[in-house]
Design a protein. Structure first.
Length: 319
């Protein structure tokens, strides 16, 4: 965590406050002495909690969402809510739906935030804006030409661009954070499935995937980073990549998750080439590519400019 204690504000709105990422972010702000409003989706969840924390049921994220109640008295907005990547997307036009929610919904929130008097908007984007993976010996940086490869990544890039325009016109300070895959309690998706497989002692064909490297991010480190982005004067107008700083191979990932759940994974040494062949034959080429490929982040800008350091590494994961 940064040792910089300066703060531009003390009241924050966190969208998606009850999600896997939202809960630790809310906790980090509260621990730092901020007054927090959490925006939640479901009607009837709203209310005032302990220590001045309140929740506002804002409904679904869209270009029509009424944010006025949630934004009352807020100095900083942290926007976590989004339409996320879906393996079996049922939308007729997935890109159009991603744009409606992630681009236009985000733009509308920023417009209302600026009109309400908020000073800063921290947007949680995604490393998918940079691309799907890095070549051996290479890393992603903030200066890379964006190369999103799916509708989710495209929508996040377009949302970044929309926010810059709102900021330039209104004076709202925009900070963009692009995290990689996150690890933590209540994680969902592929990491949740991997954790469950290890808990149940199922054999996993990852024993030979030892040469790739993937940057990950403990959700608690992410929460610390968001608080820094919300408060540090030098964060205004910047784009940051952030990670735990210790890339791991897929085999190492399984071993560390095994350590977290208290059970050694059963890793079979299936050759990487055979896995890739199976991926092509079974129509799972992209999924196998993520397992066997690399995605490494250079987050030195974030650490240098804002004085931030992660508190947790792979050996400290909770899943």
């Amino acid at each position: 965590m940064s040792d910089n204690s300066s703060s531009i504000a003390h009241t924050v709105l966190v969208t998606g406050a009850r999600g896997f990422v939202g809960r630790p972010v809310v906790d980090a702000f509260r621990a730092s002495g901020w007054a927090v409003t959490g925006a939640v989706r479901t009607r009837g969840q709203g209310g005032r909690g302990e220590d001045g924390y309140r929740e506002v049921a804002a409904g679904e994220l869209s270009p029509e969402t009424d944010w006025r109640e949630a934004l009352a008295g807020v100095d900083v907005v942290v926007h976590l809510a989004a339409r996320v990547h879906q393996m079996r997307d049922q939308a007729v036009d997935p890109l159009a739906e991603f744009r409606r929610v992630n681009v236009e919904g985000t733009r509308w929130l920023a417009e209302q935030a600026a009109a309400s008097g908020a000073k800063r908007f921290v947007f949680v984007s995604s490393i998918k804006v940079n691309g799907e993976g890095t070549a051996p010996g290479q890393t992603y940086r903030e200066t890379d030409v964006p190369a999103p490869a799916d509708p989710y990544g495209i929508s996040k890039l377009e949302a970044e661009e929309a926010l810059r325009l709102v900021g330039a016109r209104t004076g709202l300070e925009v900070v963009i954070l692009r995290p990689p895959l996150m690890v933590g309690r209540e994680v969902k998706g592929n990491l949740a499935a991997l954790s469950e497989a290890i808990r149940r002692g199922r054999p996993l064909p990852f024993g030979s995937i030892t040469k790739n490297r993937r940057s990950l991010l403990d959700v608690r480190n992410f929460a610390d980073a968001v608080v820094v982005c919300a408060s540090h004067p030098r964060a205004a107008g910047e784009v940051f990549l952030v990670s735990d700083g210790v890339p791991v191979s897929t085999a190492e990932l399984a071993l560390q998750i095994g350590k977290a759940v208290g059970r050694s994974p059963l890793l079979l040494p299936v050759p990487v080439g055979l896995l890739r062949l199976a991926g092509r034959v079974l129509g799972k080429r992209a999924a196998v590519g993520r397992l066997t490929g690399s995605l490494v982040i250079d987050d030195s800008k974030f650490r240098r400019l804002l004085g931030w350091m992660p508190r947790f590494g792979p050996g400290d994961w909770e899943v």
